[in-house]
Design a protein around this ligand. Structure first.
Ligand SMILES: [Ca+2]
Ligand SMILES: [Ca+2]
Ligand SMILES: [Ca+2]
Ligand SMILES: [Ca+2]
Length: 600
């Protein structure tokens, strides 16, 4: 009897464990992403002041990225090579005060989308109607990214489509259509994932940077050789070249990269521009795969100096994917966040947060403090953006993760590390890369939502605030799509759906926004810097075009203010050199400020 009773208890325990197993496993999964599965919206709002809700379908957005099918000689590693191209760029293309966005697809014949914000909580894809949808073809290649700016200062944001193929510039015809612009200075073919509009010589006309990834001689659909891969995982300099196109002001551009010293053949994945050293001229930061991050300092609009090593950034070769700037400590200085690859137990590169430190003789200098801030370990990270998601006055961070999610429970890492450890001859030839055989490589990873506590630490809350997402995410952009003062989160996923999260904040947090329009400066005001001073705090942001990975945020700047009821003053520094100061501007309002008549 006693034995029987015991076995009954053991059996019961066994069944309880069986029943509980999914719960335990699911809780463990939640725990590893640093969140708390029991929190509902109300508790998340109370605890973190922030909640995000997937409204993709509700808002009428239905877009799925298609990856390219390249030369069959790459079939064995196709998921790795065709692993990018999902992008999102925000702009108010028809100047109705509502933020619209452009999304890309990367298969021949697939169409890009231009989602027009209808203002009633719905979006409509008008890409085909306005002439920017059907742009992926064998003749001109496929889309990898896009970036908006008003290059002809006519008041409407124009669109550049970045390609593995021929770059395409579309002039915005008053918000009612687009005309393809023939730019003889553009290369016939380039394998590019990044372009940046910035006025490098401050003449009021936006110039254009474009960075190559694969070498420009390679047609990935029709390979002459399989020796197309990086020559090293750490010091590869056989990637695509860099281009700087000077805006001539008559609708034409002149290619001047060599003249100004913008020379590099690293594998550039992302670039972005701000005036990093306070010289009055915009500098360029480039995140390179298979190598070090690069900082090109702008010498008075006449030359670029590669200062990566001089400022401390150029010594740690990683897999750079993203460039984002943020005043993470409210110090009035911009830090640079570059994502890389981290896979627990296999490869921990860690993401970089280059924080400005005091250098010798006022020289710019940076130290990687990602670990100190708790934002070092993402995953196989791509896009990232800073923005004040909970409006508490401190910039938060979203990071997109996940490389190739193929068969579950499979892993290509061992084979991947074998080729990574090979010599130049082995690595650089695609035919030496082991067959993926449908296996995953850093797939099924969680994206990160890191809230800044204002005291030097970020806390990961993605699951807790409704933001759990495990698709192979690429581009991230922030924009206030419903004009309620909070930043929505747009995420483009590879071979997956576009995702839009509406955000809600709790309590009495306030905000203020600035939409700048240059007059002497370029009309998009790209390069302008705004400092907001309130409640003993200050924060600096800069107007940019490209930011993150294959992404662009809304051009208008957005500042959370916490519970402060007033902004003391705002300093606007225009690219022209003009400075304007606003005293006590109204809060919870998006201000439109024109350069010559800055008044409130
Ligand atoms: Ca324009
Ligand atoms: Ca210029
Ligand atoms: Ca915040
Ligand atoms: Ca909003």
């Amino acid at each position: 009897m006693e034995t029987k009773g015991k076995s009954k208890i053991v059996l019961s325990v066994f069944f309880v464990v069986l029943l509980a197993a999914p719960f335990i496993i699911s809780n463990y999964g939640q725990w590893t992403s640093g969140s708390d599965s029991t929190l509902n919206r109300e508790i998340a709002l109370e605890r973190f002041g922030f909640y995000m809700e997937d409204v993709t379908g509700e808002w009428g957005v239905d877009f799925t990225h298609q990856a390219p099918s390249l030369d069959p000689q790459l079939d064995h590693i196709m998921p790795q090579i065709a692993s990018v191209g999902a992008s999102v760029s925000v702009a108010d293309f028809n100047n109705d005060g509502l933020q619209d966005f452009y999304v890309t697809s990367s298969a021949h014949g697939s169409h890009n989308g231009l989602y027009k914000n209808l203002g009633d909580g719905r979006f409509e894809d008008v890409a085909d109607e306005l002439g920017v949808g059907n742009v992926n073809s064998p003749e001109t290649g496929v889309s990898m990214s896009s970036v908006w700016a008003d290059y002809d200062n006519d008041g409407y944001e124009d669109l550049l489509v970045v390609k593995w193929g021929k770059p395409l510039l579309f002039h915005n015809d008053g918000g009612s259509g687009f005309t393809s612009v023939d730019v003889p200075a553009f290369p016939k073919w380039i394998n590019s994932n990044t372009a940046v509009w910035f006025d490098f010589d401050n003449d009021g006309l936006l110039d254009l940077f474009m960075g190559g990834y694969f070498h420009e001689s390679i047609n990935l659909w029709d390979l002459e050789t399989t020796k197309i891969m990086p020559e090293s995982f750490e010091y590869a300099q056989n990637g695509g070249r860099k281009y700087l196109f000077h805006n001539q002001g008559d609708g034409s551009f002149r290619e001047i990269s060599k003249e100004v010293g913008l020379i590099s053949n690293r594998w550039s994945y992302a670039a972005a521009s701000v005036d990093i050293d306070g010289s009055g001229y915009p500098d360029l930061v480039i995140a390179n795969d298979y190598g070090v991050d690069e900082l090109f300092l702008n010498r008075e609009g006449e030359a670029f100096v590669n200062a990566g090593e001089k400022v401390g950034m150029g010594f740690a070769p990683k897999s750079g994917m993203n460039v984002t700037f943020g005043d993470v400590m409210n110090s009035g200085k911009l830090a640079i966040y570059v994502t890389n690859i981290s896979e627990p137990g296999i490869l921990i590169q860690g993401n970089n947060l280059w924080v400005p430190v005091s250098g010798n003789n006022q020289q710019a200098a940076f130290q990687n403090l990602a670990g100190n801030f708790g934002i070092e370990l993402g995953g196989w990270s791509y896009g990232a953006q800073f923005g004040d998601l909970n409006l508490d006055g401190y910039l938060d961070l979203y990071v997109a993760n996940g490389y190739v999610s193929a068969a579950k429970g499979t892993d290509y890492w061992y084979d991947f590390s074998k080729v990574a450890g090979g010599n130049k001859t082995i690595i650089s030839d695609a035919k030496n890369w082991p067959d993926m055989e449908g296996r995953s490589l850093s797939g099924y990873q969680n994206n990160r939502v890191w809230l800044n506590d204002g005291a030097g630490k970020f806390r990961e809350v993605a699951g807790a605030v409704g933001g759990a997402l495990q698709l192979d995410s690429r581009a991230v952009a922030f924009a206030d799509l419903d004009n309620d003062g909070t930043l929505e989160i747009l995420v483009a996923t590879q071979r997956g759906p576009m995702k839009i999260y509406r955000t809600a904040t709790a309590g009495d947090n306030n905000w203020i926004g600035f939409r700048l329009e240059g007059v002497q400066s370029n009309r998009s005001a790209i390069g302008a810097r705004v400092k907001v001073v309130w409640d003993g705090k200050r924060q600096v942001q800069a107007v940019q075009s490209a930011s993150g990975f294959s992404a662009q945020n809304q051009r208008a700047l957005h500042f959370g203010l916490g519970t402060a009821e007033q902004v003391d003053h705002v300093v606007l520094e225009w690219p022209s050199g003009r400075t304007d100061t606003l005293e006590y501007p109204e809060i919870n309002k998006m201000h439109t400020i024109t350069e010559t008549t800055a008044q409130l």
